[in-house]
Design a binder for this molecule. Structure first.
Ligand code: GAR
Length: 202
């Protein structure tokens, strides 16, 4: 009997509360995505995403924090690549990972790393994009799933989802509305990508 490939091994990277991780894990548990979350990695030892992973019996690994807040020194990226390979990672899913990934990481995982960003890219790149959208008084914003490349929030766009911005919105209200859209969009995109990859590999 031949064994057919049935799922894609994911690594989810996050620095915060992990609501996108939970939405993805739920969709996998419901059989909607042909994937398995092999490992969760965080740069923040206090991140709730680690706790959530452990509750689901998913290995949760903390990276050394290093000297810089917004990026990882090459030796830490090497360590990250080592961990991802150890868990046979095929696709890396950034879910609120707040460090910019650079050459050492991309040398191994460019073309295999997705990110979700809380704006309609190319608008409002960078941190706290919902605050920038409020400040610019746009009528709608949303979220974008894209491939990760050398250019910050600049890789090829895969899909977007729009939400309205109301004049009365607080930053928290707007971010919560964007996150609802994220929790629907990210699993939907992952479902398609995993299916495509499995078809190609069969
Ligand atoms: C999400 O809104 C995601 O779009 C954003 O961080 C949040 C993480 O939430 N990412 C960025 O801003 C990346 N530049 P979560 O931890 O609840 O998934």
């Amino acid at each position: 009997m031949t064994h057919q490939r049935r799922w894609i091994n994911l690594a989810v990277l996050g620095s915060g509360k992990g609501s996108n991780f939970s939405a993805i894990a739920k969709a996998i548990a419901q059989g909607e995505i042909a994937a398995k979350i092999a490992v969760v990695v965080s740069d923040n030892p206090k991140a709730l995403i680690l706790e959530k992973a452990r509750q689901l019996a998913i290995p949760a690994v903390v990276l050394p924090q290093g000297k810089y807040k917004t990026w990882l020194e090459p030796w830490i990226e090497e360590e990250l690549v080592r961990i991802l390979k150890q868990y046979n990672t095929e696709l890396v899913v950034l879910a609120g990972f707040m460090r910019v990934l650079k050459e050492t990481f991309l040398a191994s995982f460019e073309g295999k790393t997705l990110n979700i960003h809380p704006s309609l890219l190319p608008d409002f790149k960078g941190k706290e994009a919902w605050k920038a959208a409020l400040k610019a008084a746009v009528k709608e914003t949303g979220c974008t799933v894209h491939w990760v490349s050398k250019e910050l929030d600049g890789g090829k766009i895969i899909a977007q989802s729009k939400v309205p911005v109301y004049p009365s919105d607080s930053p928290e209200e707007l971010h919560a509305r964007i996150q609802q859209a994220e929790h629907e969009l990210y699993p939907r995109v992952l479902k398609e990508i995993c299916l495509d990859w499995i078809k190609q590999k069969l």
